[in-house]
Ligand binder design. Structure first.
Ligand code: ADP
Length: 289
């Protein structure tokens, strides 16, 4: 799982910035975050041997983030410890669980494709790319394909700010939410090109749908949950989808992939913080409802 590792500072507020009145902070919490970190934590919790590719700074936040990932069962050996500050992301979350990013401080993208040992790829089944330097993502995808791995990509909100054409073109499976979909589909796939990869479209509380290059379509409603903080819901969703997708050699059961993914997304939305405590017991409880 490749991409960003942050230190997240989350302020709970009674209203998001931009509303008429000033927001009041009701609570504050800190945790390891970042799309790669969230997805890797979810993948490990669901029983996958998971290695994270990325970088942290050689500072207290970097050490805390690495320890958190390590204790979540994620192999942190390839993490590059850079001579810069670990990224700190400031988030606000309102009582309905809606999240706004206030800003980022520090941060680096010190992990390059050359930092990846071939032995890690040789032992892996799959590479999941999250938002990161597009050139690095493309190179990682090429190297993963050379080793026979399949590649998924969740570009996240940075799809508006960076040109992800190269890594998108190299991905076998792409996750996008509604906001990202228009950019991804119009700019990177092009209606005339036809679909050459599996696309998973997330609709927040309403659930998700999937379309494959051979025309297979599936959709699944979301699970009702009292949303507390939707940070990391998309990353938990990806962890659930990939775990079901990679389960067995047979043609993926896309209904199950979406059901497990929606359950993971709902579990993430229902708790504070970016990395929900995912477990198969909780997922199966939701699937039985
Ligand atoms: P992203 O977090 O990438 O923006 P979404 O907001 O669409 O993506 O959320 C990802 C997934 O998390 C959804 O497809 C859904 O399964 C789940 N999810 C998100 N918000 C809620 C919610 N309020 N209630 C239930 N499930 C949710």
């Amino acid at each position: 799982c490749a991409g960003h590792v942050n230190w997240d500072v989350t302020l709970s507020v009674d209203r998001l910035p931009g509303a008429d009145a000033e927001a009041t902070i009701t609570d504050q919490s800190q945790s390891c975050g970042g799309s790669a970190s969230n997805a890797a934590t979810g993948l490990a919790a669901l029983g996958n041997d998971t290695t994270i590719l990325g970088s942290v700074g050689d500072d207290e936040n970097g050490h805390l983030a690495t320890r958190a990932l390590d204790s979540a069962g994620v192999d942190c050996d390839p993490l590059v410890v850079a001579d810069t500050e670990t990224a700190v992301k400031y988030l606000v979350v309102d009582p309905a669980g809606e999240v706004a990013v206030l800003g980022n401080e520090g941060g680096n993208e010190a992990f390059g494709a050359d930092d990846l040992d071939d032995a890690i790829l040789a032992a892996a089944d799959h590479l999941h790319l999250t938002s990161q330097d597009p050139d690095t993502a493309a190179e990682l995808a090429d190297r993963a394909h050379d080793h026979g791995l399949r590649v998924s990509f969740d570009p996240g909100r940075r799809i508006d700010a960076r040109d992800f054409t190269a890594p998108l073109a190299r991905s076998d499976l792409v996750f996008v939410n509604e906001r990202e979909a228009s950019t991804a589909i119009e700019d990177h796939f092009g209606p005339a090109d036809g679909l050459d990869k599996t696309v998973v479209l997330k609709h927040g509380a309403a659930g998700a749908e999937v379309l494959t290059p051979c025309g297979h379509y599936a959709s699944h409603d979301g699970f009702p949950v009292e949303a507390v903080d939707t940070t990391g819901a998309g990353d938990a969703f990806a962890a659930g989808f990939l775990t079901a997708w990679l389960d067995g050699d047979a043609e993926p059961d896309f209904d199950r992939c979406l059901a497990v993914a929606n359950a993971c997304g709902a579990l993430a939305a229902g708790v504070r913080g970016p990395s929900p405590p995912l477990s198969w017991d909780r997922i199966e409880d939701l699937l039985d409802t």
